[in-house]
Every structure is written in structure tokens, then in C-alpha cells.
Ligand binder design. Structure first.
Ligand code: MG
Ligand code: ZN
Length: 537
């Protein structure tokens, strides 16, 4: 059922959605003030706490053979003439936020409850920055490298009690009429019958969507939302070439579920055969299209897989996700160079994993002489191993995400899923070699101490055995990845505190006209950040 948004009506004219004061129930805002901006670009690094930004900065500054040859990042660049703030992310009545509540707080300017989408803490649907922008006649867009029904993009254009209601979220997204939606998540737009590969329906959709795609359905009904989208005036695009031809109102679905992870995207970036656009390419095309609107636009871009890498404690993948985000932010800053009437805000919804390089008792370096006169005959001999920066190059060299390694492992016949085989797969894909003894630790299981029947992630009877703090690793099917991270921890010079999120305040980078940046340059809460964004244009 398409929810009725009584608080927001839109007029549909010749297939294009035009929001007019005369047909909207939202209050008309006062005339534009001098400090108001024409365009807002909000970039959200999901899970990108100060620690994740720190990983990118360490890599840029210290990797002996780093790919960022200027040793500078897009974060350096945005602060050349930008400003910095800090924001608390907690939801109503809890210490730690999830992505749905956090993005909702930014999108609506209101406190939300855990796992809610586009509603306030009491469960009331709230207008979002997309609604506000549309009311001002501005164009709107959502871009994410996850799937468009995933929590972060969903919170800007859907209103549901829980983030898991992705089939309903897909319908909400279409009824909100953002001009552009570029992401993965096709399966939530296809009728359940499309699962049957022999059916004429499946074949018809396959012909429509094209090659390089797994066609399936994540719906429990027979609604074909691609048909709905076409009726609502959306042009449909499914690959990079079609994306680059897109001009007006466009729904781009480039994967059945999540788009490529950072390692995969980086590996295939220069392939002529690549059909899936990168996060940067989606963002550049969104800017090209949205910039045509004389009234300006609101665009939200999510680097959504930083969080996924961090949940798995997969540091090599996380570095690649941060490099993906860095490329995208650089493209946005390039664009803004010639569009000064633009406010860029870069933040995170929360930190994930409690990540950090850390000094250790393992591999303490040998003493060495120093020329300095303070040392005399003494040698330079730190008491601990403070970490060799070469580890940054070795993290970059990771060839597959931990997720992909275990996917490969699980695809083997049961008899072949041995510790020796895991050693082979891990040692081929990463520079941080493991032993058979360590593989055994990764593969050890126990009776689920947190078992809950039918729970989305706690419903397995037998789960990987976490040596400590197992309550903080609730994505139990994925916990072999976290265990792999733990056995290579000393080699990587890396520690992770958790498999979930932390309450660490996140950074708020702003760029644009100075007067527009000042309100963001303090300690904020994400609901206030959302209110300020709503007031900025
Ligand atoms: Mg997200
Ligand atoms: Zn998360």
C-alpha cells in the first residue's frame, strides 16, 4: 500500500513533478535572504567517524608508496577555505545511534527513535530536506553505493516504523518524487514472481535491465515498481552508459542489492567492460542533471560501505571505501569551484567499530644509533612497537574484502571448508598471512549465547565463537570476518573495539560562502544539523 502523505501533496504536470506553493500543504517560507545558498550537497560517510577519516589521513601522509601522491586528501582540501564542526549523533532515549535514526535526524531536523525512517521519536511522519527543497522549487537527488532502500537514503524520502521495511520504503521513495535516485537495490522494485527464472516475466525484466545483472525479487507481493516509476515520469537506467545519457527525472538501479565494495570498484575502475558506475560517476552525473534547475538543488550522496567494512573490522576494505569517498568528495569540490553558490556539508551518521592504529608489545623494533647529540652513545630504543607506516601499503594491497573471502569459502563443498583452505584463501588475498592454528580460531563455533528465534541476525543456533565481548558482535553470520581481523590485529597494528557503532561525535566539514558555514562550526547534535541545513536555503 502506498502510504498517504497528507502533509505533502505534489502536482504532476506532463510527467514532471512540480511542487508549487498553491498545491502544497507545507507552509510557504519567507523570501530568500542574502546568506541563503542556492545548492546544498550533503555527503554522508556511513560509519565515517574521526577514526575513519584518520585512516585516510594516515594513508595519505605516511604510506611509503601511497596512491595519493600529493599526500593530501579531499578533507584537507575542503578545510583550505572551509570550516569544521563536531556533532553528537545519539537518537532519542539512547546512547548509540543506528544509520536509520541518524539519517532521519539530519533529514528532518527532529529527534528520532532507533531504526526509524523519516519519522520523529513519537512515530509521526516528518517532512525531510527533500520536501523542503521541492517546496522551494529546487531539484532533488539521492545517491548511494549501497541500495536506495537502505537506511541512509531511505530516511530522506521514506517514512516507515522500521528500516527493515524495504519493500514499503521502495514505494515511499517513488511517491516522494526525488528527481534523481542512483544506487543499487533493484530487487526491492521487482514482483516476487520475477524470481522464477523460467517465467516470461523474468525474461522480460532481464531484457529490460540488460546483462551483468542478477534478476531477483526481495518483495513479498506482485508489484512491479519499475512500471510505477515509469508511470511517474522516471527514466530508468541500469548501467553506466545509460546513466551518462540520462537527462531529466531518473531512477538508476545499478545492482540487485548492494553496489560494488571499494576493493572491487578500485580493481575494475579502468575496465572498458565495466557496466556499474562508481560512486564518483553517479555523483558527477547527478550534479550535471541537477545543476540545470534554475532554483538550485539538494543532493545527498552516501558513501555507505565504509560502515560495512567497519562492522566486519576489515581494515583493508575500509581504506578502499575511504579512498572511494575521497574521490567522490574531490569531484564534488571540483564541481563547486565553478558553482560558488553551493553549501557542501560532509559528515557521518556515526562511527563504526571503534577503529584505531595502536602501539603494541609485538615486534618491538631493534635499537638503532642516532646522530643527535642528546643520544651520545645511547641507541634509539622505544619500549614498544609504535607501528611501521609500511603497514598502510600492505593494507592497500588487499585484493578481496573479508566478505568476498568468506563467500568463496562458503561456496565450497562442506568437506573442503577446512582451516587449510581458509589459510589459502586469506593468504592469497591479503598481505597479512594467517596460520592453520589461527584459521581454526576463526572457524570455531559455539551454541549461540544470544539466540532469539526468527531474529534477523540472532536466529542461528550455532555461531562463531567470539573470545570476548560477544554481545557487541550481533551480526553473527559475519563474525568469522571479525575473528579474522582479530587474529591479524598485531600484524596490522590495528585494534577494533566492536562489531557495531560507537557514540563518538562525528566531524562536520563545511564549504561554501563563509556566512553560511558559521552556524555549523560548533558542537552540534544531528537534529540541529538537519534544522540548520533546512534553514540554509
Ligand atoms: Mg547507510
Ligand atoms: Zn552500521
Amino acid at each position: 500500500m502506498i502510504p498517504t502523505h497528507v502533509w505533502h501533496k505534489v502536482c504532476i504536470t506532463a510527467g514532471l513533478v512540480v511542487t508549487l506553493a498553491s498545491c502544497s500543504t507545507l507552509p510557504v517560507s519567507p523570501p530568500q535572504q542574502a546568506s541563503k545558498v542556492k545548492n546544498i550537497i550533503l555527503l554522508i560517510g556511513d560509519g565515517m567517524g574521526p577514526q575513519q577519516v584518520g585512516l585516510l589521513l594516515s594513508y595519505a601522509r605516511q604510506a611509503p608508496h601511497g596512491v595519493l601522491t600529493t599526500h593530501r586528501t579531499a578533507f584537507d582540501r575542503i578545510l583550505n577555505d572551509g570550516r569544521l564542526g563536531l556533532s553528537m549523533t545519539h537518537p532519542d532515549a539512547a546512547l548509540v545511534v543506528d544509520s536509520a535514526a541518524s539519517a532521519t535526524q539530519i533529514a528532518t531536523g527532529k529527534m528520532a527513535g532507533s531504526e526509524m525512517i523519516g519519522v520523529d521519536k513519537d512515530g509521526n511522519r516528518q517532512a525531510t530536506l527533500i520536501d523542503k527543497a521541492k517546496q522551494l522549487g529546487k531539484a532533488t537527488g539521492l545517491v548511494s553505493d549501497t541500495r536506495i532502500t537502505h537506511a541512509t537514503p531511505a530516511a530522506f524520502a521514506a517514512h516507515e516504523a522500521h528500516r527493515s521495511m524495504e519493500a514499503d520504503i521502495a514505494e515511499d521513495l517513488l511517491s516522494t518524487h526525488a528527481d534523481l535516485m542512483f544506487s543499487g537495490g533493484l530487487s526491492h522494485f521487482l514482483p516476487e514472481a520475477a524470481k522464477d527464472e523460467k517465467s516470461a516475466l523474468h525474461q522480460r525484466i532481464k531484457a529490460q535491465v540488460g546483462t551483468g545483472f542478477h534478476i531477483s525479487s526481495a518483495r513479498k507481493d506482485e508489484k512491479n515498481l519499475l512500471t510505477t516509476a515509469t508511470q511517474q515520469g522516471y527514466q530508468l537506467v541500469f548501467n553506466k552508459a545509460q546513466l551518462q545519457q540520462a537527462t531529466g527525472k531518473t531512477l538508476g538501479l545499478f545492482a540487485d542489492s548492494l553496489m560494488a565494495d571499494g576493493i572491487t570498484e578500485n580493481k575494475h575502475r579502468d575496465d572498458a567492460q565495466r557496466t556499474q558506475p562508481t560512486l564518483k560517476e553517479m555523483t558527477e552525473q547527478a550534479l550535471t542533471i541537477l545543476a540545470k534547475r534554475p532554483e538550485g538543488f539538494f543532493l545527498m550522496v552516501e558513501g555507505g560501505q565504509i560502515d560495512m567494512a567497519a562492522h566486519r573490522n576489515d581494515t583493508g576494505r575500509m581504506l578502499h571505501e575511504m579512498l572511494k569517498f575521497n574521490d567522490t568528495l574531490n569531484a564534488v569540490l571540483d564541481w563547486a569551484d565553478s558553482h560558488p553558490d553551493t553549501l557542501i556539508v560532509v559528515t557521518a551518521d556515526h562511527e563504526t567499530g571503534g577503529f584505531g592504529f595502536s602501539y603494541s608489545a609485538s615486534n618491538v623494533p631493534k635499537p638503532r644509533p642516532l646522530a643527535g647529540d642528546a643520544f651520545g652513545k645511547k641507541q634509539f630504543k622505544p619500549d614498544y612497537n609504535f607501528g611501521n607506516p609500511e603497514v598502510l601499503d600492505r593494507l592497500y594491497a588487499q585484493q578481496q574484502s573479508y566478505e568476498a573471502i568468506f563467500k568463496q569459502f562458503d561456496a565450497l563443498p562442506v568437506a573442503e571448508r577446512t582451516p587449510e583452505k581458509l589459510v589459502e584463501l586469506v593468504n592469497k588475498a591479503t598481505e597479512f598471512k594467517i596460520t592453520v592454528e589461527q584459521a581454526k580460531i576463526v572457524l570455531t563455533t559455539e551454541a549461540n549465547p544470544f539466540y532469539q528465534a526468527k531474529h534477523g541476525t540472532l536466529g542461528e543456533k550455532e555461531v562463531p565463537k567470539m573470545p570476548m565481548n560477544s554481545a557487541f558482535y550481533p551480526y553473527q553470520k559475519e563474525n568469522r570476518q571479525n575473528l579474522l581481523a582479530q587474529v591479524v590485529s598485531a600484524q596490522q597494528q590495528v585494534v577494533w573495539a566492536t562489531g557495531t557503532h560507537t557514540s563518538t561525535p562525528v566531524l562536520v566539514f563545511t564549504h561554501g560562502k563563509e556566512a553560511a558555514l558559521i552556524p555549523f562550526s560548533k558542537v552540534l547534535h544531528h537534529s540541529e544539523l538537519g534544522r540548520l541545513l533546512g534553514e540554509a536555503f
